[in-house]
Write a protein that binds this ligand. Sequence first.
Ligand SMILES: [Zn+2]
Length: 356
Amino acid sequence: MKRNFEYNVCSWCLRRQFIKNFPLEKIVDDCEICHGIEKQIDKICNKIIQATKDYEYDTLLIGLILDHTFYDNEDKFRSRFKVRGKENIKTSLLREIRMRFSDISHKKIDLNSPDIAVTLQIGKKFETLVSVRSSTVVLSGRYKKTKRFQTITKNSNKDDYLEIYQHDIENILKKKMTRLTDCESIIFWPLGKEEPESLVLGNGRPFYVSIKNSKIISFNHDLSIRSDGITFRMNKKLSTLPTSPPLYINKVRSFVSCEGDLKSSDLKLINDAGIRIIEFSTKRNKNWKLIYNMQSKLKSQKKLELIILCDNGFPIKKFIDGDENVSPNLSQIFNKKCICDIFDILDIFSEDDLLN
Ligand SMILES: [Zn+2]
């Protein structure tokens, strides 16, 4: 075993040990603890710059996995000199890398919610591996749809084609966003849905999108994507997905055909009739949604235009078509069979929109 002052260490390592009277001639560059790792800091920072150059971010966190031989060297030295409770080589090195990198790149270190997390793995001979992950980005936005999609009805039931349509919208957004952010994966959460042939006007339908390992993380500006008659506008970055999204109210315009002739007395049954509670039952449970207002206009003896103000998620088509699980439905109110020819979402309001 070495005697105390047979050790050669560098001034960087010596500073951590707080040893008095360490002989000056034993303070050398060829250090027995770190082998000169401090001199590698600029090189390491350059590697981080290379690894992060494709990312557009403001804040980062740097983590370090250091080869155990560096700890072992320091431990041996410390047990010889009975040094206890001082900062170790890894903590010291990491702090300096963070400071130096922050100076060079002008990026901020953020320990709590960094845009990207950089992990350094430094081996015995300073071989350095850098891996980068960005934090999941959650954006909220709205989409407008000014083109009617074709309905695929042959050989597929209604639930299937609604699903296919949802995938279509999702795929349009995913394709564009993947190209833009070079990310790993995207999840799209629209709040409610419409039929493929429906338009979505006004402010559009609210949605959230969650982007994994995106190269763009800061999103300091609004983002707009337009494709196939759909415009997606994302204007807010959220820290996480909301556990319960705000309530929305839809203004819907539909065109209805009736089997019997319509009279103005029929319209009185729905116009300004106040708030209605509509019950939807499935095999497993019951659900209720509100209609706040309905206004109708005769277009011909058998056709009418109907404007409905209702909760988001209200199944318009089922209500008008007289689905047996919807009560009361329009066919029951009119006492004649009705069919929804088409409906469009004129606008979707949040509670906040309505209060302002
Ligand atoms: Zn050293």
